[in-house]
Design a protein around this ligand. Structure first.
Ligand code: 5RP
Length: 229
């Protein structure tokens, strides 16, 4: 009889474990946010004696890291990180990503920008040809939300304010998130540059300027490594 296919949770654990091969020993590691990263944090705790600590991209990841005995450094206390390890909501064939499903996109982009290498960890369902099927997260200053929603409508997108417990979700930075459906992002670099300069946009969840260098993609057959150079 064939073994049962691994669950989504098991795939995330596989890729979280595989990411340890990219962690430089004796250094500080950039750590992302989300359910896949939570598996990576569990794996990281097993080698915590071999690293100096982490720079974290969210309050949630910071709490998990600390609970497992991993020291968390302020990003301003570290000039450059060798590696940043994070998940994605979508990743294309060039390493461009949509991120922000966990509302941590701004801090994720900050830590990615201070890292020499971005290692994306995901399961194979995240691999797409064109970004945009997953509603694009955009962190915005609340007073600009309506106008930014109209700007997305002009591009064919439908934006909604993300809610939690019946009220707008408030990010770690005290701002709101728009989720924009109906976009097909054919030029991620140009799209990210354009939306980033709309007044009131804090961060757009397209990671093209901070793309992945490597993606570890978990599938039932095992972990596949994609390199984007
Ligand atoms: C959080 C993110 C996450 O990396 C992304 O949403 C993927 O999460 P998960 O691993 O839970 O699928 O960008 O802001």
């Amino acid at each position: 009889m064939n073994a049962p296919a691994p669950t989504q949770d098991e795939l995330k654990a596989m890729v979280g474990q595989a990411a340890l091969a990219y962690v430089p020993r004796g250094e500080i590691v950039g750590v992302g946010t989300g359910s896949t990263v939570n598996k990576f944090i569990e794996a990281l705790a097993t080698i915590k004696g071999e690293i100096r600590g982490a720079v974290s991209s969210s309050v949630a990841s910071t709490e998990r890291l600390r609970a497992l005995g991993i020291e968390v450094f302020d990003s301003n206390a570290v000039d450059e990180l060798a590696v940043y390890i994070d998940g994605a909501d979508e990743i294309d064939g060039r390493g461009f990503m949509v991120k922000g499903g966990g509302a941590a996109l701004t801090r994720e982009k900050i830590v990615a920008a201070q890292s020499r290498r971005f290692v994306c960890i995901a399961d194979a369902s995240k691999r797409v040809d064109v970004l945009g099927a997953f509603p694009l997260p955009v962190e915005v200053i609340p007073m600009a939300a309506r106008r930014i929603m109209r700007q997305f409508a002009a591009l064919g997108g439908v934006a909604q304010v993300r809610e939690k417990d019946g009220a707008p979700l408030v990010t770690d930075n005290g701002q709101h998130i728009l989720d924009v459906s109906g976009l097909a992002i054919a030029d991620p670099l140009g799209f990210e540059s354009e939306v980033n300069q709309w007044p009131g946009v804090v961060t757009v969840g397209v990671f093209a300027h901070q793309k992945a260098d490597v993606c570890l993609l978990a599938a039932p057959q095992g972990v596949q490594t994609l390199s984007f150079g």
